[in-house]
Design a protein around this ligand. Structure first.
Ligand SMILES: [Zn+2]
Length: 121
């Protein structure tokens, strides 16, 4: 059974948001926490768009992360993060996630935060 195939996109985006913004959504350009929702991506219906109320710039769930320019399906990345979270330290995951503005917080996926019942629907 391929676990990654069982991930749904909605869950993937909520995992990304949780990892990226554990304390609430922030503008990736100016770090302002006051943002408004601006609809969804046309091709990825669970990819939320936002507009910053401070600098007025638009961004979405993946802007500024290692996932933004990648062609691999998001669920593949989240599947990796999830599986790695079971075995690897925060530091190793942070190294894997790369040097971009994406930072892995102390709340990495673990069996408590993301249990398979919730993640794989
Ligand atoms: Zn801003």
């Amino acid at each position: 059974m391929n676990l990654i195939r069982l991930l749904n996109d909605e869950k993937c985006f909520s995992v990304i948001r949780e990892l990226r913004w554990p304390d609430g959504i922030q503008c990736p350009h100016c770090a302002n926490p006051y943002v408004t929702k601006q609809g969804r991506d046309e091709t990825q219906p669970f990819r939320q768009r936002y507009r910053c109320l401070n600098c007025q710039r638009k961004f979405d769930d993946l802007t500024g992360t290692v996932f933004a320019g990648h062609h691999q399906p998001l669920r593949q990345w989240v599947g990796c993060l999830y599986l790695m979270g079971l075995n690897l330290s925060n530091r190793q995951i942070a190294q894997w996630a790369g040097p971009k503005s994406w930072t892995v917080s102390s709340r990495v996926p673990n069996s408590g935060d993301l249990n398979p019942e919730n993640l794989f629907t």
